[in-house]
Design a protein around this ligand. Structure first.
Ligand SMILES: [Zn+2]
Length: 323
């Protein structure tokens, strides 16, 4: 059980250090200070002209009612909606200062914000437009949407590797669709420390792209090929290859319902079902991908993670591994 007042106090401790934090979203200040991927996506979003709003205009209300239908609006306006759930909790504490709640119940009864996920969509949209121009046709639109969703999945997954302490995991869960299990986080950290940050990001992008393009799981054939494509220069030992396989097959996962129902619904909204199905049919292994798709993925990852091996992120990860 945690005292709500203590949770808010911990978050507020980082107030003065984090001018770009969303002050009224619970956990945002803490995550900006303690989670380098969360902070990087915020800087990237603001640098690309995005902003965050809790103003209850029609766009914001549509998002609260049915977020899936609103991605186009977010990308068009560059405004990412959030709810001021921190203010709500503050008012509750004013009335009942000693209220305590378990982490599990808090996650159920307080609406979360997913600005990290939406920021990844926004950044991907703007960065791909910068490197490849506007979408040419429906097939190009579908590829970009699938890359963006994969990037958002990957960003949330990777950011969770930095969520080590209990409070970090709680705040992260209140601000993300996913909270990766500690076993998966340790597999992810081990592979990053073995082959490097950049390689794991590319491995994740290609695996999530496959998952987003199909409603089947990745099979051992895909796993072999994606490891060969991304990590062939790494001369992995059998044990290291096994860790990479574990990450591809059990770490980078997406719910079946999302892939089988939500994604097709999304593309049907944009009259792009044929192009979506066609992409899935041609993409059975990562060597099938057209060079242009690989170039877009590389350009996207390079823009957000521009430093070879990302020494700042690797240092932060090693610190956490030693703790
Ligand atoms: Zn998404």
């Amino acid at each position: 059980m945690s005292k709500l007042s203590v949770l808010l106090w911990i978050d507020d401790e980082f107030h003065s250090q984090q001018p770009d934090a969303i002050d009224t979203s619970i956990g945002d200040k803490y995550l900006m200070a303690m989670n380098p991927i969360f902070a990087r996506m915020r800087r990237c979003t603001l640098d690309l002209g995005g902003r965050f709003s809790s103003e209850a205009n029609p766009q914001w209300m549509d998002y609260q009612s049915a977020a899936l239908f609103c991605l186009g609006e977010i990308l068009h306006h560059g405004v990412i909606p959030y709810i001021p759930n921190g203010d709500t909790l503050r008012r509750i504490i004013c009335r009942t200062p000693t209220v305590q709640v378990s982490d599990g119940l808090l996650l159920e009864i307080v609406r979360k914000n997913v600005v990290l996920h939406e920021s990844a969509h926004f950044c991907c949209d703007r960065l791909l437009a910068r490197v490849s121009g506007p979408s040419r046709d429906k097939a190009d639109f579908v590829v970009r949407c699938l890359i963006a969703e994969s990037f958002a999945n990957l960003i949330e997954f990777t950011a969770s590797a930095f969520a080590d302490y209990k409070i970090h995991r709680l705040f992260f869960a209140m601000n993300s669709y996913v909270l990766t299990s500690s076993t998966t986080v340790s597999i992810l950290r081990t592979l990053i420390l073995t082959v490097g940050f950049r390689q794991v990001l590319t491995l994740g992008m290609l695996t999530y792209l496959f998952l987003n393009a199909h409603d089947i799981e990745v099979g051992s054939d895909f796993t072999d090929k994606v490891i060969e494509r991304v990590l062939h220069k790494q001369r992995l030992s059998i044990a290291e290859t096994q860790i990479a396989r574990l990450l591809v097959e059990t770490g980078f996962t997406l719910s079946y319902k999302f892939r089988a129902e939500t994604t097709p619904l999304f593309f049907s909204l944009y009259d792009s079902m044929d192009e979506y199905r066609a992409f899935g049919k041609t993409f059975t292994n990562p060597f099938d991908l057209e060079i242009e798709v690989i170039s877009m993925i590389d350009a996207l990852v390079d823009s957000v993670f521009p430093h070879a091996n990302e020494p700042e992120l690797m240092r932060a990860l090693e610190d956490k591994t030693q703790n």
